[in-house]
Design a protein around this ligand. Structure first.
Ligand code: AHM
Ligand code: MG
Length: 327
């Protein structure tokens, strides 16, 4: 018989002693919103959902209509869950907060509603990324302190990739599990439990047009991969949607990089709703994630939209980058 994501979360919940059922109710808000987004994307060319919305977001980027729709879907579906204390979105400058007590509003959800915006209009994979944090006890400060927790404090994280099929991957710290949306029953069905990232892959994934302005160790690293120094002939794959590039790296192994550039010296990708959730999943699957200076999950955020360089992938490729050498 099938196992839906809801059943899976309930089973996991017993293991993580979140016995109230609140946590699975909370995650059902995410799955519902992603099904709304999925439905919109499937018919995007037919329902006037493509193109620019006409405003820029907090990152100074042009918002697409689908960015706005996905953000509203998540805000709506999650805002109704009484266990939510705050929602932090890539599309909103400030967190959306709810006046709920510490006992009731126990969770903070941080998300990128529609990742890979540049691919929306060309029918290429996009995604949704989310991270769940537990609100700190009242004695430990205000809501802001609860939001700015390092990635190792995440209680759950996941993403949905809207590709030829719609796949959801999540972790609560007990392995990473994948579910495929079965459109005939409208449910995410377990298709890959306890995923393991191969110890070594044969793809590297990076926007090479920036190579001239990367710190030189990244150029040397890519040369190393190309030259066969790691015992394999690498090939390159770059979609330009983080979720899709990460999903391939999770399944096939290899490495994804977004190093610092001249234009983005602190990196382009966002720590709290892009790097942290994917780093959590990568580690759960036996991979590694680094900013180039240390473990992604150990970075203490100073702002909700903070950026970071991100290098994530299989153990072999990550060790070659971090410890140098090709042995
Ligand atoms: P977005 O969240 O606004 O879509 O931006 C993030 C995207 C990532 O999905 C992707 O990895 C990266 O930006 C691609 O950037 P570039 O076009 O510079 O290669
Ligand atoms: Mg994004």
């Amino acid at each position: 018989m099938i196992t839906t994501v809801q059943q899976h979360i309930l089973q996991q919940q017993q293991e993580i002693s979140e016995a109230s059922g609140r946590f699975s109710w909370l995650l059902s808000g995410i799955t519902l919103a992603t099904k709304m987004v999925e439905a919109k994307i499937r018919t995007a060319g037919l329902n006037d959902a493509l193109g620019a919305f006409g405003q820029t977001n907090v990152q100074g980027e042009q918002q697409q209509k689908l960015d706005v729709y996905a953000n509203l879907a998540l805000l709506h579906c999650l805002g109704l869950r009484d266990s939510v204390a705050a929602l932090v979105s890539e599309e909103d400058e400030e967190p959306v907060t709810f006046d709920r007590s510490v006992e009731t509003g126990k969770y903070i959800i941080v998300f990128d509603p529609l990742d890979g915006s540049s691919n929306i209009d060309v029918n290429v994979n996009v995604g949704t990324i989310f991270s769940v944090l537990r609100r700190l006890p009242a004695s430990e400060g205000d809501l802001q302190a609860s939001i700015l927790q390092p990635g190792h404090a995440q209680v759950a994280a996941g993403y949905v990739v809207y590709g030829p099929s719609t796949v959801l991957v999540y972790t609560t710290g007990h392995g990473a599990h994948a579910f495929t949306l079965d459109p005939t029953i409208g449910a995410y069905v377990l298709t890959n439990e306890n995923m393991r990232m191969p110890e070594q892959g044969s793809y590297y994934s990076v926007n090479e047009s920036n190579a001239a302005t990367w710190p030189k160790e990244y150029r040397e690293y890519i040369d190393q991969l190309r030259s066969g120094a790691l015992g394999r002939q690498y090939s390159s794959r770059y979609i330009g949607s983080l979720v899709a590039d990460f999903h391939r790296t999770l399944l096939k192994g290899g490495v994804f990089l977004y190093p610092p550039t001249l234009e983005q010296p602190a990196g382009k990708l966002r720590l709290m709703y892009e790097a942290n959730p994917l780093a959590f999943i990568a580690e759960q699957a036996g991979g590694m994630a680094s900013s180039g200076k240390g473990r992604i999950l150990d970075i203490k955020p100073e702002g909700i939209h903070q950026r970071t360089p991100l290098i994530v992938g299989s153990k072999r490729e990550m060790e070659a980058l971090l410890h140098g050498g090709s042995q």
